[in-house]
Design a protein around this ligand. Structure first.
Ligand SMILES: Nc1ncnc2c1ncn2[C@@H]1O[C@H](COP(=O)(O)OP(=O)(O)OP(=O)(O)O)[C@@H](O)[C@H]1O
Ligand SMILES: [Mg+2]
Length: 501
């Protein structure tokens, strides 16, 4: 270990197993310690090395504690500095909060006994941090630990298996961070364990991953397929009556049962003829059926309504079974689809199908990334909400993971939010969002929550199951080209004018 940076002191209520104070050794022209940094105390009292976070730093000077002394000193215009060397009385105190203890045998244990006054304090080493934060050298590298030269490599299982939430205000860097996450997944080698990545890209922000260019050193374009929104077709024969009911929430139980009978007949007929059926055939069957006329009319209206979306056909486009591949990304670029209802139907269908294919082992373990998640699983009703809740609840058993991204956490379904066990927060300023995060996370303390409002672009707080302790990170630079969305307004305006004159 290097030079000590401080010494534990005996204060009125500390040291205790949950907090201690240290006086910082002065090092000329440098800031020895920052709030949020990790420190280590080698202490005979705790048997092993105690690792702690710096929760606060205070500067103090006894000379300036008394109003009269300060007044006298100011009046003397510096003449007193010979006899009162005030700088020598200035010192820095820090408060530390123990996180764990690395025992002599190298195991991480709980802290049950305080460090001793006089114990020397050091900066925690990268090896210690790896262990105490639960990082994995062959994990997903999101960037650097803030104030430390340590790469934040998150274990794949711990990060994804119980789903991820990426939450922050607009422009804080959510999509940028997500691109880094996708790059990391695409860079994994077979021996590290690879997954398929599926991205629901509402603004067409991720398509730049697929552009071939000289700067594409890592060949992301070879591992990325972009599916344009208008090309997507949902296969009618793959839909059950319950799937249709999720598109049309007014359907009653009796209607679902009637529809089920019709679908059964259609399936048996197409089983014999080998010809798949489409929505028109389904509508024809509903028309011929002996349903109550009002039920029939309502049902036909709904199906005509679905037909008008032009999303449905006899076959699935693209075939999900054929297109979802391990170590590759499939981007569904929905920027050309304006209707929210249509987007929700697509998301409903895709997640349903992917989850079923995954349950049957017909596609690899996957990570499904959903931008603008509050539009698809809001607190109120939405066509795609039910299936997102299902996968949030049951996905982990089948290695089907969700990454939900949103700038409005309070508008997200609380049921879904509570199932997203890894959280990455970038800058958040809305007091309601902050309150929600404070309530829903047991591991984030008040001071970390306050720090969320002051984060810079690309700085984030990672918490939950991905890490053993919440950490602030600086997101690494992306390797792939930035999306055209981040081009300055001036340049876009100039380009437009040049093209149109
Ligand atoms: N880690 C980073 N390093 C460098 N630049 C970044 C970083 N993160 C974000 N940026 C830049 O900041 C801008 C906003 O980032 P981004 O588009 O990711 O924000 P966002 O949170 O997704 O916003 P929105 O909610 O509007 O989609 C972009 O121009 C991006 O290039
Ligand atoms: Mg974004």
């Amino acid at each position: 270990m290097k030079e000590p940076i401080g010494t534990v002191i005996a204060a009125r209520d500390s040291p205790t197993p949950s907090e201690f104070k240290l006086v910082i050794t002065e090092i000329e022209n440098s800031v020895p310690l920052r709030k949020g940094q990790f420190i280590a105390v080698e202490s005979a009292d705790v048997d092993g090395t105690l690792i702690a976070t710096v929760t606060n730093i205070l500067k103090t000077n006894r000379y300036f504690e008394s109003a009269e002394a300060v007044k006298e000193y100011e009046r003397s215009a510096g003449h007193l500095s010979f006899i009162l060397p005030t700088e020598r009385w200035e010192y820095i105190l820090a408060e530390g909060k123990p996180m764990g203890r690395i025992s002599q045998s190298g195991r991480l244990e709980r802290v049950t006994f305080p460090p001793g006054p006089g114990d020397k304090v050091f900066l925690a080493s990268p090896e210690m941090l790896l262990q105490v934060l639960g990082l994995d050298p062959s994990g997903v590298n999101l960037g650097q630990l803030l104030h430390h030269d340590v790469p934040v490599t998150l274990n794949l299982t711990r990060l994804f298996q119980k789903h991820v939430a990426i939450l922050a205000i607009s422009g804080a860097g959510k999509s940028y961070l997500t691109s880094v996450l996708i790059e990391e997944l695409l860079l994994r080698k077979p021996e590290q364990g690879r997954v398929a990545v599926i991205i629901l890209d509402v603004h067409g922000e991720y398509t730049s991953l697929a552009t071939t260019s000289d700067t594409d050193t890592y060949k992301f374009s070879e591992k990325t397929t972009v599916i344009n929104g208008p090309y997507i077709q949902l296969a009618v024969p793959k839909l059950t009556s319950y799937n249709f009911a999720s598109f049309q929430p007014n359907m009653s139980y009796v209607q679902i049962r009637e529809l089920n009978q019709i679908i059964k007949k259609l399936r048996s007929r197409s089983g014999k003829t080998g010809k798949p059926y489409d929505l028109n055939e389904l509508i024809g069957m509903v028309e011929q059926s002996e349903m109550n006329p009002r039920t029939k009319e309502a049902m036909m209206g709904w199906f005509y309504d679905l037909e008008n979306t032009r999303l449905f056909g006899v076959e699935e486009n693209p075939s999900l079974k054929a297109n979802i591949r391990v170590g590759e990304a499939t981007i569904f670029d929905l920027r050309e689809i304006i209707s929210l209802r249509k987007k929700q139907i697509i998301v409903n269908y895709l997640i349903n199908r992917l989850f079923n294919l995954r349950k049957r082992g017909e596609i690899p373990p996957f990570v499904f990334i959903l931008e603008e998640a509050h539009q698809f699983c809001p607190e109120g009703p939405a066509i795609s909400k039910g299936i997102i809740e299902t996968i949030a609840r049951e996905g982990r058993k089948f290695y089907a993971s969700l990454v939900l991204i949103s700038q409005r956490p309070v508008r997200l379904s609380t049921t879904v939010l509570s199932q997203l066990n890894s959280q990455i927060y970038l800058r958040i300023t809305n007091p309601y969002d902050l309150k929600l995060i404070g309530q829903s996370s047991e591991t984030i303390d008040k001071s970390s929550l306050d720090a969320l409002t002051t984060l810079n672009i690309g700085e984030a707080l990672v918490s939950g199951s991905a890490v053993s302790h919440p950490i602030f990170i600086r997101v690494r630079k992306r390797y792939s080209p930035s999306p055209s969305i981040s081009i300055p307004l001036e340049d876009v305006a100039k380009r437009y004018e040049k093209k149109n004159t």
